[in-house]
Design a protein around this ligand. Structure first.
Ligand code: ATP
Ligand code: MG
Length: 300
């Protein structure tokens, strides 16, 4: 199949999950168990994924060589939705030198002494690089929104904490993303949408298998009590920040193979749009290289 034909198919698969305008967005319209009608066995899915990751590796090489654009991939999800596994599989083929993953946990006291975007800004990808945020500044309108007591630890001056604080934060985030895209950062945001039932199944599995115990934290189960609050916060975040230049992908996450394929496809599609090529050099420089080559050849 020709490259363009594959791209057209990728586009067709990705489009229903890509939100470029958040107005009226409703999470209810998205099914975590959806696989877009695809029925693939493990082997077929991993073969397709491998093709995607190889493609991505080629694109990343050009991104790095050009040193102009950067790519920021934001991953948000409830626990056990598969963020870690997706990042691991989708990025498996790319050169580690051009790619960095940052996992954001609870903020430090130094972080809390700054504005809420500070710690994330420090980790933004350089030109030519891919930066992955495993959790991100969106936590500031998710976990912080669900658990108000976290906000009180953020040391904001009291008059600035009003009824509109979440809308204000969301608007700050949208502007921050506008700014970054105008600086050459391509931003893709993935919400791995797992169902409450599937999460329970995965937690049970972690409890049943000793080699998965390390992944289990009792507080994860506690957070399930706030499921609806989280879903509301996600919906609000997507509504306020989905845009043409920084889209959200609502990725069904009850089937891991589909999650990975869709994420890989979305990244390939977005990077392809940049029309990346290797930098060319002017004739004079090329001549110089030829002279050097000839000299090298003569060397004993
Ligand atoms: P995993 O469990 O797969 O190792 P994780 O991302 O869930 O990865 P944890 O250490 O379990 O990592 O959890 C990190 C916790 O930090 C999450 O509960 C998250 O909500 C919280 N967190 C992240 N950013 C913030 C923030 N800005 N303020 C408060 N809590 C935050
Ligand atoms: Mg966790």
């Amino acid at each position: 199949m020709a490259r363009q034909e594959i791209l057209d198919r990728i586009q067709k698969y990705v489009r229903p999950y890509c939100i470029t305008n958040g107005k009226g967005f409703q999470l209810n319209n998205f099914d975590p168990g959806d696989t877009s009608g695809l029925v693939l066995d493990k082997g077929e899915a991993s073969e397709l994924l491998q093709r995607g990751t190889e493609w991505l590796a080629e694109e990343q090489d050009m991104l790095y060589a050009q040193d102009r654009w950067s790519l920021l991939l934001v991953f948000q999800a409830m626990d056990a939705a598969g963020k870690d596994g997706t990042i691991k599989h989708v990025m498996s083929g790319v050169n580690p030198q051009g790619c960095q993953v940052f996992s954001f946990k609870q903020p430090s006291s130094e972080d809390l002494d700054h504005d809420f975007l500070w710690r994330y800004s420090k980790c933004l990808p350089e030109r030519g690089r891919i930066g992955i945020f495993n959790r991100s500044y969106y936590e500031e309108v998710l976990v912080v929104r669900v658990h108000r007591e976290i906000l009180s630890r953020q040391k904001l001056p009291a008059p600035l904490v009003g009824a509109h604080i979440w809308d204000q934060r969301l608007s700050d985030i949208a502007h921050f993303e506008d700014y970054l895209t105008r600086q050459g950062t391509v931003i893709l945001k993935f919400f791995l949408h797992v169902s409450r039932n599937e999460q329970k199944k995965r937690f049970m599995e972690r409890l049943d298998k000793p080699d998965k115990h390390w992944k289990f934290s009792p507080s994860d189960v506690h957070e399930r009590k706030f499921w609806d609050d989280y879903m509301y916060a996600f919906e609000e975040a997507i509504r306020a920040t989905a845009s043409e230049h920084a889209p959200w992908y609502v990725v069904p996450a009850d089937n891991k193979w589909f999650t990975r394929l869709l994420v890989a496809a979305a990244i390939v599609e977005a990077v392809e749009k940049l029309d990346l090529t290797y930098p060319t050099i002017d004739p004079e420089k090329r001549k110089e290289l030829q002279t050097i080559r000839a000299a090298l050849r003569r060397e004993k």
